[in-house]
Design a protein around this ligand. Structure first.
Ligand code: NAD
Length: 475
């Protein structure tokens, strides 16, 4: 088949995920029936509902897919985008099952979405649409603290999660755990510190952990630290913005290009991410940004030479049409499914290392897990122990000073004495999760001959854990 026909015949998102999972299943010794079960989406609910807006009834189509309910609740975001359909939510729900297993978040996998462009509707209209969608899902226990717990995804955020939580509470006035029905809520509505930044922060922690392993760095043709590495980011939304911000301001990476819907910005000296984000927020796009050169066809910059390429927008961004031209040494899949199965094969053969989506963007569900636990325990993390820790640390410093006659500097004293607040504990828990998950996966990558890449290692680890849960259920 020539390349044009191969591009046209490239499998869709769900098939692409299935191909990757099947490849991993072949590397495990699960009985075929169990393997097939693990790679099957349990159920997808489609809902069409009408909302009276602008003087007439508009009909919307939404979905909630449950991929694997080996653990409950099942967990996964709600996406608002015109691309949303059954295939997309099922692919995303599958990724959630494997992602949760990989980072040991005790959930099955789910995902939902509404096929709308949020930009077409005002805030009041979006609230009506969201509440009606939530109402339909709550009625069927497809939103429920013990069965199915959504979170934000593309096109949704804290605002939508607050509306969903409130709709659930109105329909379940005696449920004391109502707040745990959804995560990613704003702080005043039961959210947790650090959830908004969590997925991007997790991307940063994933890259930091990768850079701690010399053998892995060398596989990608990289060396040294993140400092000074060139990075290209596609999508400066929630995930892409936070990842780019933290990597550039805290780790010294140089963001040389940002690709958005309306074009891209290139600046070999490094783009100021805060300024670019402010420009996007105030004008709606990257056009007119003074801090770099504008390219109308932004995707050409995916092919530009860089150390790290971070696709953080949408699935299928790297496919058979451009995989041959990608020059990045390391691809970090901040988005879900940004590299198709066919492109993955080409890139692997060329020695490009990919940190796969089910690991790279797992920071979101990890902190969602913390938020869910916080909601169920009805207390803020750190509330009981923070001041006690401070008092003990202070006592220790006073004792050392009196024994030695020396004095700690004011800066050390202030840094050391602080007890851990919620944000400190969330970041510590996230860092720990990202480090341990990587180390467990790389152990498989490095020790099992049949496992060629990190993606397969992550899938094998997740599949083994899901299979263990199924065995415990005697399936
Ligand atoms: P978002 O809506 O906040 O941001 C998406 C960004 O991508 C926007 O800035 C948008 O303008 C840009 N974009 C859209 N289409 C584009 C295109 N064709 N080319 C370039 N840019 C484009 O969404 P998000 O929450 O940041 O999610 C991004 C990806 O990360 C999705 O794949 C999502 O499933 C995944 N993800 C998100 C979370 C989360 O916590 N939000 C968690 C895990 C995974």
């Amino acid at each position: 088949m020539n390349i044009q026909n191969r591009i046209a015949a490239e499998p869709g998102f769900r098939d692409s995920v299935n191909i990757m999972v099947d490849r991993a299943l072949k590397l495990t010794d699960l009985p075929p029936g169990l393997a097939a079960n693990i790679n099957t989406c349990t159920a997808t609910y489609t809902i069409r509902f009408g909302v009276r807006l602008r003087g007439e009834v508009h009909t919307f189509t939404g979905y909630r897919a449950v991929h694997s309910d080996h653990m409950e609740p099942v967990k996964g975001g709600i996406r608002y985008a015109t691309s949303v359909d059954q295939e997309e939510v099922e692919a995303l729900a599958a990724l959630m099952s494997f992602k949760c297993a990989l980072v040991e978040a005790p959930f099955g996998g789910s995902k939902g979405g509404l096929a709308i462009d949020p930009a077409d509707w005002s805030e009041d209209e979006l609230e009506k649409i969201t509440r009606r969608f939530a109402h339909e899902l709550v009625k069927r226990d497809l939103i429920n603290p013990s069965q199915n717990v959504p979170a934000p995804d593309m096109g949704t955020g804290e605002r939508e999660m607050a509306w969903i939580a409130d709709e659930y509470r109105r329909m379940n006035t005696t449920d004391i755990n109502a707040r745990a029905c959804v995560t990613g809520k704003p702080p005043h509505a039961g959210g947790i510190a650090g959830r908004v930044e969590a997925t991007g922060r997790g991307v940063q922690f994933a890259i930091r952990e990768f850079f701690r392993h010399r053998e892995d760095l060398e596989a990608a043709g990289l060396s040294g630290t993140i400092d000074g590495k060139t990075v290209i980011v596609q999508g400066l939304g929630n995930v892409g913005y936070h990842a780019a911000l933290f990597l550039s301001t805290e780790d010294g990476a140089k963001i040389t290009a940002v690709i958005e819907r309306d074009g891209a910005i290139l600046n070999e000296d490094g783009i100021n991410i805060c300024e670019l984000k402010q420009h996007i927020d105030s004008t709606g796009g990257v056009i007119g940004f003074a801090g770099g050169k504008y390219f109308e066809y932004g995707n050409v910059l995916l092919e530009k030479r860089c150390d790290i390429l971070i696709p953080a927008a949408l699935e299928g961004a790297i496919n058979l049409s451009n995989a041959d031209q990608i020059k990045a040494k390391l691809i970090v899949e901040a988005a879900n499914g940004p590299v198709t199965a066919a492109a993955d094969e080409l890139l692997r053969k060329r020695g490009c290392v990919i940190i796969p989506d089910l690991y790279a963007n797992a920071g979101g569900v990890t902190v969602s897990y913390f938020e869910w636990v916080k909601n169920l325990s009805h207390i803020r993390f750190g509330r009981m122990q923070r001041r006690q820790e401070e008092a003990r640390q202070n006592e220790l410093m006073v004792a050392i000073e009196s024994m030695t006659g020396a004095k700690f500097s004011e800066q050390f004293r202030n840094n050391y004495k602080n007890g851990a607040g919620e944000i400190d504990l969330v970041r510590s828990g996230l860092d720990d999760t990202m480090r341990i998950s990587y180390q467990n996966a790389r152990e498989i990558w490095r020790s099992e001959d049949a496992c060629e890449d990190l993606r397969m290692a992550c899938y094998i680890l997740a599949i083994r854990r899901i299979a263990t849960s199924y065995s415990a259920l005697n399936l």
